[in-house]
Ligand binder design. Structure first.
Ligand code: DGL
Length: 282
């Protein structure tokens, strides 16, 4: 396999990155990709900074060992806590995902923006810096989405529990006059239909999947790594999960099938990936 034909490695703490993968697949149909959901260790958003870095490094190393030519960290939580460490230790190009603070600041008319992100992303220095850079333009109402990822990992993208949590988190944003809500976890992008059902067009929803797909396309061109459609590119996507539970792996299949609206059911392989404990767990 030449470098051109090597896959793009994509990872998330679980199913959320599938929203990014879907955007990449639409934009880059010739590229082969390997997706790994670290569902056995989700949610990252409720873990320590050190744990998030160690898991991210272990998963990234696994993707590099499988020959990934580019790494996409399709997880805001892993990006805000681990991307610097990954860039320092890996030699392939890396693209991360951050909450769309700037596009939201540009889009809001009311001057109030809701930020729904994981607890770990909200406490990260990176997010604080991004918010500080735009705070003169608008006010940000931040809310941690406790409990949402656990539901999504079980395949629940709609239903009473999700509706209750979304109402609890987003109704105060509406009351604060937010007209724009940042879906600051790739998992939450999968909840856009439920948010629309509950709140109609009350909010402009900001998610970054399409922007990441464009960034990956540019990066591939810059590094001369794009797949050559006319030669051997297959556009194949392989799915892996660290979830021991068959039910959880089945949830991945259901989300992929739902996003593609196709009858093609992907197969998901279980993989065990240990992480090195290199720093204290606090
Ligand atoms: N999908 C991840 C993100 O974008 C977070 C989910 C989790 O808490 O594991 O932030």
């Amino acid at each position: 396999m030449t470098t051109h034909d090597a896959p793009i490695g994509v990872f998330d703490s679980g199913l959320g990155g599938l929203s990014v993968l879907d955007a990449m697949r639409s934009r880059l149909p010739n590229e082969s990709m390997v997706y790994i959901a670290d569902s056995g260790y989700a949610p990252y958003g409720e873990k320590t900074d050190a744990f998030i870095r160690q898991r991210s490094k272990a998963i990234a190393d696994w993707l590099v060992a499988r020959g990934a030519k580019v790494l996409v960290v399709a997880c805001n939580t892993a990006t805000t806590h681990a991307i610097r460490h990954l860039r320092d230790t890996l030699s392939i190009p890396i693209v991360g995902v951050e909450p769309g603070i700037k596009p939201a600041a540009l889009a809001t008319v009311s001057g109030v923006v809701g930020v729904l992100a994981t607890a770990a992303t909200l406490r990260s220095e990176r997010l604080k810096t991004l918010i500080a850079e735009h705070e003169t333009q608008c006010r940000f109402v931040c809310q941690a989405g406790h409990g949402l990822v656990e539901q999504i990992e079980q395949g629940n993208l709609a239903g009473a529990v999700i509706d209750d949590l979304l109402t609890r988190y987003l109704a105060p944003m509406a009351q604060a006059e937010a007209d724009t809500v940042i879906l600051g976890s790739t998992h939450y992008a999968l909840l856009a239909p439920s948010i629309r059902r509950l709140f109609g067009e009350r909010f402009r929803l900001i998610e970054t999947g399409p922007a990441i797909a464009r960034r990956v396309e540019t990066l591939l061109a810059e590094h001369g790594l794009a797949a050559r459609a006319d030669v051997t590119a297959t556009g194949e996507i392989e799915y892996f999960s660290t979830a021991q539970s068959a039910h959880q792996r089945e949830a991945l299949v259901a989300v992929v099938s739902g996003l593609r609206a196709s009858d093609m059911r992907p197969s998901v392989s279980y993989v065990e990936i240990a992480h090195a404990v290199t720093e204290p767990q606090h």
